[in-house]
Design a binder for this molecule. Structure first.
Ligand code: CA
Length: 229
């Protein structure tokens, strides 16, 4: 079963700082990955993209700025929110001036509460269901706190896999997801599942969504995958 919990990559070369960040974000319920260098970070990101990156500016080897630039230049990683950490506010001005594409900036020393708030702000934008709350698409309403789904105000019965599939679709309406991407997101990377399993569960989700009538909101994109709307 997949992890619906957002995964945050903490990139910081200073061990004490890295541990404090990891510890506190973990305490907030996030899944944490840690990297001490830019190269290590790039390797981890290539293996499995995190949902957000907390990125220190000053790193040995590949700098935070360079990592940020590279990630924002590639389609596959462009949408991962990046919060840059820097030692001085002048650095932040410079980072902004460099147009690295970072989504937010925090100046050291910062309070953990402040950083957590900024992490949540970014995830509210990119993974809204993962931090609680409601997603809406046309007449479909998904509440991730109560795990309930309604269509045209009527409750729908969804299995756990169909619920995660719908959450994924509703977080990014219009995006075309390949079967492999859905497997990664909904079932998890470490589990071997045949891609046809995706078709089976999308079929179940379709049936559940249309139980009380209404048009099928899921689109099959030939040779590409599925999208909502
Ligand atoms: Ca550093």
């Amino acid at each position: 079963m997949a992890d619906p919990i957002p995964k945050i990559l903490v990139v910081e070369d200073e061990p004490a700082q890295r541990e404090v960040l990891a510890y506190n974000l973990e305490a907030e319920g996030f899944v944490i990955e840690k990297a001490a260098t830019g190269d290590e970070a790039l390797t981890l990101i290539a293996e499995a993209a995190p949902d957000l990156i907390v990125l220190d500016w000053m790193l040995p080897g590949v700098s935070g700025i360079e990592i940020c630039r590279r990630l924002k230049a590639r389609d596959e990683t462009r949408d991962i929110p990046i919060i840059m950490l820097s030692a001085r506010s002048e650095d932040v001005d410079r980072v902004r001036g460099l147009e690295t594409g970072a989504d937010d900036y925090v100046v050291k020393p910062f309070s953990v509460a402040e950083l957590v708030a900024r992490v949540r702000t970014q995830l509210r934008r990119t993974r809204p269901a993962s931090i609680g709350g409601q997603l809406e698409f046309e007449d479909i309403v998904l509440n991730s706190d109560s795990h309930r789904v309604y269509r045209d105000e009527k409750p729908l019965k969804l299995g756990p896999t169909e619920f995660r599939l719908l959450t994924t679709f509703m977080e990014k309406p219009g995006r075309v997801w390949s079967r492999e991407q859905l497997l990664d997101r909904v079932w998890g990377r470490d589990i071997y599942v045949d891609t046809r399993t995706v078709d089976v569960h999308v079929g179940r989700l379709r049936k559940a969504l249309c139980r009380h009538g209404g048009r099928d909101p899921l689109r099959t994109v030939r040779g590409a995958g599925y999208s909502l709307g």
